[in-house]
Design a protein around this ligand. Structure first.
Ligand SMILES: [Zn+2]
Length: 76
C-alpha cells in the first residue's frame, strides 16, 4: 500500500534527494552538511520580537512620561 514512507523525522537531502534524518548534521548518502542557519535566524528574530513586545508592554503598562507633557508620539 505504502510506496513512499512519509516519516516526519525524515527530510530530503537537497543534493542527492535521498531521505535523511532531520537530526542528521551530515547527509549519510552524499556527505552534504546541513547547516541550520535559517532556523537560527528565525530563533534570533523571535527572541528580538519577544524582547520588543516586552519593552512595548512595559511602556504601555508604566506609561510614557513624555506623553503627559503634551508631546505624545503614540496616539490611541
Ligand atoms: Zn545527500
Amino acid at each position: 500500500m505504502e510506496n513512499k514512507t512519509e516519516n516526519p523525522n525524515l527530510t530530503t537531502c537537497p543534493d542527492c534527494h535521498k531521505e535523511v534524518s532531520i537530526h542528521a548534521k551530515v547527509c549519510p548518502h552524499c556527505g552534504r552538511e546541513f547547516k541550520n542557519e535559517k532556523a537560527g535566524e528565525v530563533r534570533i528574530l523571535l527572541i528580538v520580537l519577544g524582547i520588543a513586545l516586552m519593552v512595548i508592554g512595559v511602556i504601555l503598562i508604566l506609561g510614557i512620561p513624555s506623553c503627559q507633557s503634551g508631546k505624545a508620539f503614540i496616539t490611541f
